[in-house]
Write a protein that binds this ligand. Structure first.
Ligand code: HEM
Length: 351
């Protein structure tokens, strides 16, 4: 996965350098930039050499997420989604195109595996190899994971892994623009650890200030603002008995802003609260901080996301200083993730 991170981050900062050119300072909307970055990273990590086909998939998946939000915000009428309205037709056409693209990639890989010249270093390779191994172990002719299962897993990785990390990076740039003293501290640390060399996997964990900043951004602007659980048997919670089938919502964003847990300065950007780790940051220990969920279904991509975000931020801090553009309007808005409603316009200065 590391070459995917390094290659994509380098492309991003080189493009930004070209964008600033010989000007002293130049505006850029970092929100679509980070969507492209995280889409590229997930495409390379998932599909390796089929990266350009992967890119088309993430464009469609992004559009699908917006379409779903449009549908949820529309007046609900039973059966409405089956009518041949423009939005319904678009959603259906998108779903067909993604399935066809994914089937094409999987078939190509299957053929290459049979011919013995496929790499299993990407997610698709890992999924297909483990499927073959598990099917052999089970001694059945029918594969354990069907084509539809593999397609479902790949789609999930796009949905789960792209916009989430893009919003983390976007709010980090916004917060560091609003708090230049933390931007300076982060840059100092990055330069101390990496100098002007390419940030590498082994040393990324030495970044303590950057980690504190990322946690504080994840607390204030959790990319996923709530998650749900459904009771499968009768349970008692906080003195209330719930029958099976009840959906319970955990509002991450409210808990992350609760003054009883975080103190009266709960709404302020103060990365120093994480100086001694997550468990000492709040009055409730680590129980009040769950940007990646909790329990057996906790986010499987959390390390992937944090390494990717730290690597991208380190590359940016090595080359640029930045601040908010006068055109920036602060409007966090929950779409499928907590996104900047009017973009995130940042003024970049080459160092
Ligand atoms: C800052 C970035 C990210 C955040 C905040 C985030 C957050 C979350 C949350 C809250 C959940 C639900 C957990 C639960 O129900 O307890 C989740 C699930 C998941 N995430 Fe992430 N995620 C991020 C990045 C990623 C990345 C980069 C990937 C893939 C490479 C990924 C893959 C997944 C998958 C596959 C699931 C479903 C796990 C399951 O149901 O077992 N996520 N994520």
């Amino acid at each position: 996965m590391l070459p995917a991170f390094v290659g994509c981050c380098n492309e991003l900062v080189t493009r930004w350098e070209d964008h600033v050119g010989s000007d002293e300072t130049k505006e850029i909307d970092v929100w679509p930039e980070f969507q492209n970055l995280t889409g590229d990273v997930i495409s390379r990590a998932a599909f390796g050499s089929s990266f350009s086909e992967g890119r088309r998939i993430f464009q469609i998946q992004s559009e699908q997420a917006q379409n779903v939000v449009k549908m949820l915000n529309a007046l609900y009428l039973p059966g409405f989604r089956f009518l041949p309205m423009q939005l319904n037709r678009r959603v259906k056409a998108n779903a067909i195109e993604v399935e066809a693209l994914l089937k094409g990639i999987i078939n190509k890989r299957e053929k290459a595996m049979k011919e013995g010249n496929a790499s299993n270093e990407d997610l698709l390779g890992v999924l297909m190899e483990s499927n073959i191994a598990e099917t052999k172990e089970a001694g059945t002719a029918k594969p354990i994971m069907t084509m539809d299962d593999i397609i479902g897993e790949l789609k999930l990785f796009y949905f789960a892994g792209m916009d989430t990390t893009a919003v983390l990076l976007t709010w980090t740039m916004v917060c560091l623009s609003m708090h230049p003293e933390w931007q300076d501290r982060a840059r100092e640390e990055v330069l101390q650890v990496f100098g002007n060399n390419q940030p590498d996997f082994d040393s990324i964990n030495q970044l303590k200030v950057v980690a504190m900043i990322m946690y504080e951004v994840l607390r204030l602007y959790p990319p996923v603002i709530q998650f749900d659980r459904q009771t499968y048997e009768e349970v008692e919670l906080g003195g209330v008995r719930y029958p099976p089938g009840v959906i319970l919502s955990l509002p991450i964003v409210f808990l992350h802003h609760d003054p009883d847990v975080w103190g009266q300065d709960a709404d302020e950007f103060k990365p120093e609260r994480f100086a001694e780790g997550i468990s000492k940051a709040s009055r409730s220990g680590s129980r009040a901080f769950f940007p990646f969920g909790w329990g057996p279904r906790i986010c499987v991509g959390q390390n992937f996301a944090l390494i990717e975000a730290k690597m991208a931020l380190s590359n940016i801090l090595q080359r640029f200083s930045f601040g908010l553009s006068p055109s920036y309007m602060h409007a966090p808005f929950p779409v499928s993730t907590l996104q900047p409603d009017h973009g995130a316009q940042i003024m970049l200065n080459k160092l």
